[in-house]
Structures are given as C-alpha cells and as structure tokens.
Design a protein around this ligand. Sequence first.
Ligand code: KIV
Ligand code: ZN
Length: 517
Amino acid sequence: MNKQADLKKSSQAEKIYLFDSTLRDGEQTPGARLNYEEKVEIARQLARLNVDIIEAGFPVSSPGELKAVQEISRQIKGPVICGLARAVKEDIDAAWEAIKDAESPRLHVFLGASAIHMQHKFNKEPAQILEQAVDAVKYASRFTSNIEYSPEDASRADEEYLYQMIEAVIEAGATVINIPDTVGYAVPEEFGGLIRRIRENVGNIDRAMISVHCHNDLGLAVANSLAAIKNGARQVECNINGIGERAGNASLEEIAVALRIRQNHFPYYTDLNFSEVYRTSRLVSKMTNISIPVNKAVVGLNAFSHSSGIHQDGVLKNKETYEIIDAELIGGSAAKMLLTARSGRHAVLDQLNKLGFSLTREQLDVIYEHFVSLADKKKEIYPEDLEALVLDHISAAEPRYRLDYLQTVSGSKSVPAAVIRLMKEDGNTIEEVAVGAGPIDAAYNAINKITGLSVGLEKYKINAVTQGRDALGEVQVNLSYQDRTITGRGTSTDIIEASVKAYLNGLNKLLKINGYG
Ligand code: KIV
Ligand code: ZN
C-alpha cells in the first residue's frame, strides 16, 4: 500500500504542494485564539511535518499577530512562510514586515471577486476591483516575486470575470493563483470543472501554479480539493484537524492520506513526513482547545478501532480485512481494539497479551466470564478495565506494601522532607527519610528508597470528592515502570496521605502484574 517513494521516482508523478493555514484560517475558528508561544510551537511542529508552506497569520490584524508571524519567520527553517494581506498597501506593508526575515517568504494578497462581495462589502464596480487587485500585486512585487493572489469567493464569481482577473494579476506578478471556495458552496464535479476551465481559458495560466482553498460548510472540502487536484491544481490549502472558520477548512491529514492510500487513482505525491501526522494533530487540538471528534477520519480515536466481534477477529487474522490505513503510517499507535459485549475470546486474549499477562486456559476462562458480565453493563471495556479484572479475579495476593506511618515537613523556609514507614506482607516494617521538591515528592522519593524501584510519575491529578474545607481529596496517579503504565488511586481528607495512598495503590498493582508478567 505504501509505495510513496516508488511513485516519487516515477516520471508521471507530480508533486502536490501542501499549504498549511492552521495558524491563519485555522486560528479563525471561534474560541481558538493562540498566543505567541503557541503559534511558534505549532509552526515548529508543522516544519517537522514537512508541509511546504506555512501561512503564519494575518499580520495587520494586531501588533501581537505581527510579532508572532515575525518570530515564526525568524525561527522556522524549511517551509515557505506566508503572510496574508488584503489588497491594500497598509496590509501588504505589515505582512512584508512580518515575513521579510524568513528563509523563503511569500505574500498572499486577497480581494473579493463575486458580485455579492463586490457590491455588499466594497460597494465597487468589477472594473474598480480588478484595478485594485492589479495595483496590490504590483505593490507586493516591490518586496518579493513569491506572490499568491486569491480572488475571494471565486466559486460564486462570474467565470468570465474570474478569468480576466486571474490573467491580469499574473501579468502584474502573481505566481500562485488560489481559487477559494470561501463559503463551502461548491460540489466536487463543479469545482473540478472550474479548475479545468481556468486552465483552458486563462491565456497566461502556465506562468502560475493553481491552488485551491476549500471550506467545509457542506462537508465537501476534502472532496472538492481532490477534484481540483485531478483537474490541475498543484497546491492545496488545508488545516490540521480541518479546523477553520465556521465548519472549518479541508483537513490536511485527510487530503495527504487519501492521496497516498489511493495512489492508483491519484498519480501524485506530497513531501509530507507522515509519521508526524498524529503528533501534530494532538498538539493542535491541545493548543487550540478544539477536541478531535472520535470518528474523525485519519486522526480520530476510533479511526483504527474495531468494535464488532467479526471485525476484530478478521483484523487479528489479517489487518487488511477491515483496515486500509496502517496506524503506523501516521505515527499513531498500533490498531486499537475496543472490547465490547460483542468481542470474542480471541480479542480478549490478544488484549491481555498486549498488557503483558500470560494466563493459563483456566484463568482465561475466569476472566472471559467476568469480562462478558462487565461488558453487559459497560459499553466499552478499556485496557485498564481488563487489567482490573485480572487483578481482582486472578491474584489473591495481598498488597505488597501498606502505609504504616507518614510524617512530612514543609514550609516557606524549610527543605520539604518525608518520613515513611511501610509494612510488608510478612509484617516487617521498613522506614526511610527523603527530601524532595515538595512534601509529596519527598514522600514518593522515600517510598522509592524502600522498594528499591525507580517508578516514574507520569501524571498526578487531585479532585475534591466532597464539599467544604474538610473535603475528601481523591488523588489519581499514572505510574510507569519499565514499559508499563498503571493508574493508582487514594482518598483521604489529608491530601498528602491521599497522594501516598494513590502511589502505593499503583505500586502494588505494578508489583502484582509483574508477578504474572
Ligand atoms: O476563505 C477564503 O476565501 C480565505 C481567503 C483569504 C483565501 O480564507
Ligand atoms: Zn478561508
């Protein structure tokens, strides 16, 4: 399936340039405001992903935006860095100021081209708009020869007028002509046809690259972009996770993966570093606070999950029975089985093996019986649930360590320290003292000294489970040891005690599991 490298070498394959607008149109998603550091961090990740162009922002919109684009231009090497500007001098000056230090800067100038935009936004005649576009491109070409021009709302514009506009801006110096479906109105056949007719009717179109920019109002942004590629577009503008104004923009990962998986239909390649797709998607989701729908193509949590027993059995026998994309391609973890009441023994055994358990046949029978009754109550059974079933029903062992005594010292002028005494299964006690960054850290260090294990603390979370000043605190920790992670929980009205109990709970589980491992 993954013959990208072969295709690249083949003489018929043409490159598709990926223009990422996550930091510009993506940031226009309601509520997705990114601060300066976040923008730079996402840009750095986009460079690792190896997109061809990063549209870093709309510099005239605020001094902070200008500074962020400027910083990205100075720090990020590899992709072209693009700044957006309306077709007016003030915008072009600001955009150039922001991108002029980039290794490879591009100015992106846009102006409404449909009758509805020209009349209602600008109250201008088509001839005046055409003149303004040409003047703006000429002005931009004083700074750089890398100029992209977008006739905004092109998919609703008069086609003859669009051809004239494109020809004139190419003459004025534009090297990329971007055709936006600004309101997501187009459908694939029609949009592909528009791109083909632009190639056929614009005399000087061979002096520019055709790009497309599709919005997702009818859920067709990716389909429209692919139709445009088939008809001659060689740059696609798209965003990570498909975020963007209103219903979003075409999703970068969906376009790139579709081109790659369906090479038999699309004889093109991209230079994307596919193994960074999953990481980039998670980073953008975290920074923008926009969660990824579980059923989102390519990067959704369920994109590689199989729920029905028939599918799970098929995938375990041969992945290709129900999977067309290998999760490894995008740097995601291996295909995930969601165990449900419909899952058979084969899937449960496979998950247990992945968790590091090797059970006897009798033990598997016991666990499977408990699994079926749990799955009847709970829709989905996660690896942690299965782990808990094994711990509850297979292991009769007592916890290896219990808390016998705890004392901590902390204060603004003292070094945080803890004294911990643990009781082992045989009744013997061991005491240790340790210091740390705070009393909880000191207590955890003392426990590690007693057990001799260097357990990593991956996550620490505290919640009040009751109301008021004497609230019961519940601590949840994720501990890692060798290649396993496990959750521990503890409650107490004393948050340090709750923290120690959670740590010991996780530690005892790890020790029990290792006994089976
Ligand atoms: O949707 C649109 O038309 C745009 C332009 C600025 C390209 O975002
Ligand atoms: Zn847009």
